[in-house]
Design a protein around this ligand. Structure first.
Ligand code: MN
Length: 737
């Protein structure tokens, strides 16, 4: 093949559909490709430049724009010769350089298409790397030419190329509506991947080819006559056979060749949509249509914008055949798909190009097969935009798998996308074999390797939260800090709260009351106050937010009458101090004697549930009388000791109250029958259980909360001892809320 002649053919083709085309730049590209590829041979023994010329010819056949045709000519120059992309840019401008660069980059991918499950990701990667869809078109045509000349390669190379083509390229061609290329690629793949089935199918078709061709031409002849009578100018054709789809139908529907309806088919191409329906009417009058086989893809185009009328008819001798009726526009779209939108135009302004975007977006709507699964068309456009104009980067794992990450992702995002254990042990990363900082922004096509360390003390850094991009990594790092540092988070949370309490002038016991705290815990779905402190200490919730909520609750509960009651107690106290009267001290109903006051409201605090025998202290509350705490109650520690609201209290010798409810918490290694043993033990001690609540922690501890009625401290101590002596008990303690 003389490539100079081929090049002249190319120019002739361009000028045939665009007589005003300027070919100077194309000449320049041809001469560059010719001189740079000089000496390189294809496997066929031909000069290499035959290949880019062939690619450009195919692009010209699709009537693509001049930039695409030139980029086709140059598509292997950067990869295979000494020419750099910068030189291409200087010589041919930004647009062509961008296209050539895109095709060059896509070459990196093809070596790594090993596993089928990654094919979809690779297709997406293709689209996302090709910032311009024309890059994909050039790449498809490039692949088609290579597949056409595959016979010169060895068998292994043939099979692996064919497999890659059927996994990556033909689905892309399908999505882009490029049926002609898709069919040819599929048939070529079929030939190399299933040579026996391919040969046998060819043989079967050949066997009665003559008879069938005769039959089809009989149909075409009589149809031609009828159409002429109706004054319709139509192009008629026996449809070319697409072997692979016939083969697939035979396999999936388990049919013989003769049972495939559309094996015999005709195609009618007319000028207008109206004529399509007229032709349909004429055909249905001539031959009996097969029920259920008529499809109107004109009214309802396929996802890839394919339009046509399909019908199956019973022919002259009783054999069915399929007819496809369409306009020339539809025909072109059916064959070259999205490429139809880059039709060659001279002197198209930027503005005009942009106005074409709408029609391109119409394509976009139809690119993907799963279109029907997406309810909202906008969602579909978003999906596509993501895929094509890309908020994603695609990177390789060391094994060659592809990971998709949001744009701006770092090696840390990558590590967490593999497994949180990898992220949590990460100490560094290699990108394309070089050590890179952890805040390195990954780029599509990067090979990423995570360096981990098992050394103790290694782990995520809080700074990582501001480095990572993916929400997956963020939440996994947060989880790590919440879990690994729970104790210190809780401590930090408490400190933060105490600091803030001082600032806003409240005491811990004022605000941290069950009736204030519980609803907040519930609202934010925390099980315990510690869980909330963990989150506060970790920094995910602000201590101010919690305190504001508590202050609100607190203020709500302070009615004026409450205020008065508090003043009353205080004034009584004052009065008595003044008069220095000797008062008979009387104990309240719960067996508490308040020093210096008789007959005032006394309440046992619910945070520490004091029982007779406990060392206690009183606190004058606003509106709730005197509340009595154990002196070792942590809430007391946080009250201002100097406050004149602290008051001495003691247990009366004989208490009026017969029993006190005390809360204890048992921690044990979880096992069966534990709860039953504890319950029996309490019953044996002749004690009343008021409430029991058990749960198991993630690390297999049982936490059992008990509320028990007792008379005094010694009884409680005895019970605690007994429980402690059961097997598997880790801790028994009184609960302080
Ligand atoms: Mn090539």
């Amino acid at each position: 093949m003389n490539y100079n002649e081929e090049y002249d053919k190319l120019k002739a083709k361009i000028l045939a559909h665009a007589p005003d085309a300027k070919t100077d730049l194309l000449d320049k590209a041809f001469h560059l490709a010719d001189s740079m590829h000089k000496g390189q041979l294809r496997k066929s023994g031909e000069p290499f430049v035959i290949h880019p010329v062939a690619v450009s010819i195919m692009l010209a056949d699709m009537e693509m724009d001049m930039s695409s045709i030139i980029a086709g000519m140059l598509h292997d120059v950067v990869e295979d010769t000494a020419v750099t992309i910068e030189e291409i840019r200087e010589m041919f401008g930004d647009e062509i350089a961008l296209l050539v660069d895109g095709v060059t980059k896509l070459k990196r991918i093809q070596t790594y298409t090993k596993e089928e499950q990654h094919a979809e990701n690779l297709r997406k990667m293709f689209l996302s790397m090709a910032s311009d869809i024309r890059v994909v078109l050039i790449k498809l045509v490039d692949r088609l030419h290579n597949m056409r000349t595959l016979q010169y390669m060895n068998t292994d190379a043939q099979v692996s190329k064919a497999r890659e083509t059927i996994e990556i390229y033909t689905p892309l061609a399908h999505r882009l509506g490029m049926t002609k290329i898709k069919w040819e690629l599929e048939d070529l793949c079929f030939k190399y991947l299933e040579p026996d089935a391919y040969e046998s199918l060819i043989k079967q078709i050949d066997q009665n080819r003559e008879q069938k061709e005769e039959y089809i031409s009989k149909v075409l002849d009589s149809l031609k006559g009828k159409l002429a009578d109706a004054g319709i100018n139509a192009f008629l054709d026996g449809r070319p056979k697409h072997l692979y789809s016939v083969h697939k139908k035979m396999v999936t529907q388990n049919k013989t060749l003769n049972q495939i309806y559309d094996l015999m088919a005709i195609r009618v191409i007319v000028d207008t949509v109206q004529e399509c329906y007229t032709v349909l009417g004429i055909i249905h009058e001539m031959y009996t249509p097969v029920p259920g086989r008529f499809k109107d893809y004109i009214a309802m185009p396929k996802a890839n914008l394919y339009q046509s009328l399909h019908t199956t008819l019973i022919g002259p001798d009783g054999h069915p055949f399929e007819a496809q009726i369409r306009t020339w526009d539809m025909h072109k779209t059916a064959e070259i798909g999205i490429a139809a939108h880059w039709k060659y135009k001279e002197g198209v302004s930027e503005k005009e190009r942009n106005s074409e975007l709408d029609s391109k977006l119409a394509w976009v709507h139809n690119l993907f097969d799963n279109q029907k699964e997406l309810e909202d068309p906008n969602e579909f456009v978003e999906t596509f935009k993501m895929d094509l104009f890309t908020d994603e980067v695609f990177v390789f794992t060391p094994k060659g798998d592809v990971k998709s990450l949001p744009k701006g992702s770092t090696p840390i995002d990558f590590a967490y996308s593999i497994h949180s254990a990898i992220g949590n042990k990460m100490v560094g990363a290699k990108v394309n074999g070089e050590i890179k900082p952890l805040n390195y922004k990954l780029m599509t096509g990067d090979f990423v390797e995570v360096i981990t360390s098992q050394a103790p003390g290694k782990g995520p850094n809080r700074d990582w939260l501001s480095i990572v991009k993916s929400s997956e990594a963020k939440s996994k790092i947060r989880q790590y800090f919440k879990k690994e540092h729970r104790e210190s988070n809780i401590e930090r949370g408490k400190e933060m709260i105490n600091r803030e309490l001082k600032r806003i002038n409240y005491t811990y016991s004022q605000l941290f009351k069950d009736e204030f705290v519980d609803p907040i815990l519930q609202k934010y779905r925390f099980h315990t106050l510690d869980d909330m402190l963990n989150v506060i200490g970790f920094g995910e919730m602000s201590e101010r937010k919690l305190l504001n909520l508590l202050v609100e609750e607190y203020k709500k509960s302070q009615s004026q009458s409450d205020e008065k009651a508090a003043e009353e107690i205080l004034s009584k106290l004052e009065v008595k101090k003044d008069k220095k009267e000797k008062i008979k001290e009387r104990h309240s109903d719960n067996g508490i004697i308040v020093k210096g006051i008789d007959n005032c409201l006394v309440r046992l605090s619910r945070c520490c549930n004091p029982v007779p025998g406990d060392s206690i202290v009183g606190y004058i509350t606003r509106g709730r009388g005197v509340s009595v705490h154990r002196t070792d109650c942590p809430n007391v520690a946080s009250m201002e000791v100097s406050s004149d609201r602290m008051i001495d209290v003691r247990w009366a010798d004989t208490s009026a109250k017969s029993s006190y409810v005390v809360d204890i918490c048992v921690t044990a290694i979880d096992r069966s029958r534990l709860l039953l043993q504890i319950a029996n033990l309490i019953a044996d001690s002749k004690l009343n259980m008021k409430a029991i609540n058990a749960r198991t922690t993630r690390d297999k501890y049982a936490i059992i909360d008990l509320s028990i009625e007792i008379n005094d401290r010694s009884e409680l101590d005895r019970l605690v001892n007994k429980i402690s002596m059961l097997d598997d008990i880790v801790d028994v303690s009184r609960t302080v809320k």
